[in-house]
Design a protein around this ligand. Sequence first.
Ligand code: G3P
Ligand code: CA
Length: 306
Amino acid sequence: MRPARLRTALVTATAVALLCLTGAGVTGTRPPASADAVVREDAGSAASPFVRAAGAPMTVVAHRGASSLAPENTMVAQEVGRRSGADYIENDVQLSQDGVPYLMHDATVDRTTNGSGDITTLRSAQLDRLDAGSWFAPVFTGVRVPTLAAQLADLRSRGGNLLLEIKRADTREQVAAVVDVVETQRMTDRVLVQSFDPRHLRWVHELAPGLPLALLRSTLDPDPVAVAEELHLASYNPGGPALETRPGVVADLHRAGVATWVWTVDTAAGWSRYEQYGVDGIITNRPAELTGWNHARSGTRNVPGP
Ligand code: G3P
Ligand code: CA
């Protein structure tokens, strides 16, 4: 596709996606959650900045970008997420064969691009040629697989924060390549690193002790607070069904100064349930709707007067 046509397609795609949004939150990105963080009354003196203040809205995290409206883990999904009012964009990072961090959820590129093969067997020159949009809708044809560097440069210059998931890395050197991009892009104060793999978090802590960390869990640990302390966690991030087995862990973590961001929750019933549990952030495929719901609950915006 020629550059002018690609540009037109991207603008059209963004506009189409935005037309689908509710009115809430489309006027701009809210300040980072960390900017006005207040320690909860029951939190320890060294509470994570990701713990929300009592009565404050939950942090909105756009899962793989606004992935209900645009192709996941792409720049257009990030743009829609930002315009949806999301506080954070969530991504998935893996390295190409030649060691460049790219955004990709699956081990292979088959589902979300027009190519095939394990991403770790493909070089950047091959990944850069893939179409990562047409599988989602024809209007997104020409959208590319972004590098982490391009994603962070966009967030730095245009606004937004990143919940960076290290999806796959077998060595400390591979994790170091990811950390290096965050540092080179001067985004260490706007990134929260998460992983299901505790090794990744240990390596990040050794390489860059200032980078905040979160552990993803599909089932709860017997003692999440002990795990959080051992791994230096700022947030403990369970799946919704896991959290429902023991909602009291949110208060336990708060007493230790650790936040809880829950995934992946797309219904108002779920947002309400987890808000009652006291969670600090919600990772969702529907950031515009959650932003509107948040504002309506806190009475800060878009609520009709008496
Ligand atoms: O951020 C939580 C969530 O992304 C973890 O699951 O498979 O969507 O990466 P997955
Ligand atoms: Ca993820």
